[in-house]
Write a protein that binds this ligand. Structure first.
Ligand code: PRP
Length: 179
């Protein structure tokens, strides 16, 4: 285990088992369709790559990048688009792939924006749901795990851009971010 990690919340094996289950669920619910899998950079990258490789139906890939701004903190709820999709989504079945839902600001902004482009459907697939931190009412349609209100890192999740490449979801030691 990494020296900055207090404990493991979800092991590599637990993640892969749950991701395989989610992939099978998506395969079945989207059978006969080719969903457009929209990964939200950067946190979703590991989940996105593993989820898509576990799916067997045809999919298309695209990415968006979002940034929070205003009042110096994401708690302001203001988000802006940094990178848009490459292609039009009118008439498409869109699945937004996220690593975590926290306040819900990011996904509520994204869902509203994508719906305005007249897709056939927009669903949310999130690996982690920190429900206790929710400010705006938004739910994942497909969810990996409920997540306690801890400082989680790894498997795409960062603290100051570090730890994204840990192969598990860990809890960051307080001493790392309180010093
Ligand atoms: C994280 C995460 C979600 C968002 C969730 O991204 O990937 O996009 O925060 O938080 P919310 O529900 O409170 O909006 P972050 O802005 O940390 O960027 P990153 O993916 O590049 O790490």
């Amino acid at each position: 285990m990494h020296q900055d990690v207090e404990g493991i919340m979800f092991s590599k094996e637990q993640l892969q088992t749950r991701i395989a289950e989610l992939a099978a669920q998506l395969d079945s619910e989207y059978a006969g369709k080719t969903p457009l899998m929209v990964g939200i950079l950067k946190g979703s990258v590991m989940f996105y790559a593993d989820l898509l490789r576990a799916m067997t139906i045809p999919v298309e890939m695209d990415f968006m990048a979002i940034s929070s701004y205003g009042a110096g903190s994401k708690s302001s709820g203001e988000v802006k688009l940094i990178k848009d999709l490459d292609r039009k989504i009118e008439g498409r079945d869109v699945i937004i792939v996220e690593d975590i839902i926290d306040s819900g600001y990011t996904l509520s902004y994204l869902k509203r924006m994508l719906y305005s482009r007249k897709p056939s459907s927009v669903k949310i697939c999130a690996l982690l749901d920190k429900y206790s931190r929710r400010v705006v009412p938004i739910e994942a349609d497909y969810k990996g795990f409920d997540c306690e209100d801890e400082f989680v890192i790894g498997f795409g999740l960062d603290y100051a851009e570090r730890y994204r490449n840990l192969p598990y979801i860990g809890i960051l030691k307080r001493s790392v971010y309180e010093k």
